[in-house]
Design a binder for this molecule. Sequence first.
Ligand code: CTP
Length: 410
Amino acid sequence: MDQHSPVYLVGGPVRDALLGRPVKDLDFSVEGDAPALAQRVAAELAGKTIVHPRFGTATVIAGGTRIDLVTARRETYTHPGALPQVTPSGIRDDLARRDFSINAMAIPLAGDAAEVLDHWRGLEDLRLGVVRTLHDCSFIDDPTRVFRAIRYEQRLDFRIDQQTLAHLKNSVDQGLVAVLSPDRLRHEIQRILEEENPAPAFARCLDLEVLQAVHPALNDLGKLQRLAAGIGDIGAEIEAEIPMVYLAALVSDLSEQEGEDLIGRLNMPEGWRRIVRDSIRLQGMAAELNDESISPSRLVRLLEDVSVVAVAAMGLTSEDAWVNQGLHRFLTELRHVKPGLDGRDLLQLGVPPGPLVGRILGRLRDEVLDGRLDGGAGADAGRRRLVQELMADTIVGPVGAEAIGDAGHG
Ligand code: CTP
């Protein structure tokens, strides 16, 4: 690396390495031009670089590893919740601008011995298991640190230092969480959702009235806790979406209006919005889903346009065993059932093109789901007979004229 620009491993990876925890991403602080160094690193590793020249930061992505490089800087805040004013500086200032002592340590890459730069008693706090800010205004400067303190405390099984906790509570009382922009707030919620087990961090947020500052209706974490206990049973297909399953469990007891308020408060992207709306809608179907006489075809018709993530969340958190079983069966088996014929087959059997094709396919699938037709494919006698009957019904029945009319337009 550039001999004129000292480089330090800094923050999270130093903390995790010292704790003997797996190190995910690498963060470096450069006393010099971090984006320029990033370009050279990317060239050597045949990776890609994303540069943010305004912030003097860059990310190198190479072989599945993410390397963040920042230009060592001093930061000042004009008002709570604002993004900081940044001036390039040395590693000492770069450590002093950080959130907690356990994140304010660095290891210089040059030099023979791996010495740890620790101006803020980070090593001692790691040993004691303490999350401690570097100064009294830390949460006022950056209220996202309220969430960060809670996240590290719960993830590492540490405790927030007493004075730090007093400042944290003070900033919550002063309404500083509400000052955060929707996007920054959502980012913090997302980072909790991505924790291996988000339930304790949300519980602590509730305890400290941080969650209520996001939305007052987020006051019951029973589902989230049940989900955390049962998450091992989530199917492989949905595993990659576990953070979103937690989101579904977090919001499912909200009213529609509360859900819409939360969507706005966090400026949720489309994917999140769908999960929130579907999760609340699904909750409204709870009584019907809990009816033991519900047929597989009815189950599929109820659930097929609901997000799979919301279904998985309800399946793992409902207190009704019948609902758990039904949703599990829907996810693992029923939603994959096919009618055995496709649209082209129906046209060959004389069905006129148009909406009738879709309706007959739906009926065929219902019959397979409910066991009145076998699950095989092809125009066997049973399927042909049913298609003819459905066509005849449609043509002569009272709804038929309308259906054929639709088909004619199709
Ligand atoms: N940081 C900070 N204040 C913030 C955000 C970040 O001081 N509001 C500093 C901390 O030193 C942190 C580093 O920037 O260690 C990198 O931030 P981030 O990637 O969010 O944290 P990690 O420590 O890597 O934590 P995680 O393991 O949760 O990814």
